[in-house]
Design a binder for this molecule. Structure first.
Ligand code: IDP
Ligand code: MG
Length: 204
């Protein structure tokens, strides 16, 4: 388990979902994490299996409850009636649709490393429902989907990216998608400017 102290070795998992690849946004999405100062330490392209997707979303035993409750709240906050009232029933349906969505084409899986990697990446990525995601975030800038629209189409919300929700989730997800040997240990020159106490040595 990662401890609570921020460290430049904090890590998070990003998956550019099939819609992100199909919309030619790989570069745009990657750029946003890269320019924040995070370091890319693993990357690969693959077509996930339904089993990999189900395992990924159920690594956190609380995910079913939290996601169901979040979806219900999303409807209620807009004065709409949720399609189901039981969070677990909602999530069972979401999971079936997610398996279809996430296996529909190639995805890019990446591990990004740096201080506060998990919350920084969530901030850059934006909230789950694009209709509500802040402007300036990936989900806020490049998609116009909503829970209502996706429910009508009996599909998942298309929001371009997966980003780990907590350091614990990140640790489990990284293990699920990458072997230790696929994650690289190296130094970026810019880390000196980002992390060192003194930034001397700039002038010759
Ligand atoms: P997150 O991706 O922002 O962490 P989660 O609640 O973990 O959001 O949900 C995982 C994914 O499931 C979302 O990114 C989205 O694609 C899909 N999803 C979540 N809630 C709904 C819903 O109510 N309807 C359709 N799809 C949903
Ligand atoms: Mg999540």
């Amino acid at each position: 388990m990662q401890n609570n102290k921020p460290s430049k070795t904090d890590r998070t998992l990003i998956i550019i979902k099939p819609d992100g690849v199909q919309r030619s946004l790989i570069g745009e999405i990657t750029k946003r994490y890269e320019r924040a100062g995070l370091k890319l330490v693993a990357i690969k392209m693959l077509v996930p299996t339904p089993e990999m997707v189900e395992k990924h979303y159920t690594l956190d035993p609380e995910w079913r409850r939290i996601t169901g409750e979040k979806t219900i709240k999303g409807y209620l906050d807009k004065g709409l009636i949720p399609p189901l009232t039981d969070p677990f029933e909602i999530t069972a349906r979401i999971l079936e649709r997610l398996k279809k969505y996430m296996t529909s084409g190639p995805v890019i899986a990446m591990v990004w490393q740096g201080a506060h990697a998990v919350p920084i990446v969530r901030k850059i990525t934006g909230g789950t429902e694009p209709l509500q995601s802040d402007v300036g975030t990936i989900r806020g800038d490049f998609v116009l989907d909503s829970y209502q629209l996706s429910d009508e189409g009996e599909r998942s919300v298309r929001n371009l990216v997966h980003a780990s929700g907590s350091p614990d989730e990140a640790e489990k997800e990284i293990k699920h998608w990458f072997s230790d040997s696929e994650i690289l240990n190296y130094r970026l020159i810019q880390e000196q400017i980002i992390y060192d106490v003194n930034i001397d040595g700039i002038f010759e």
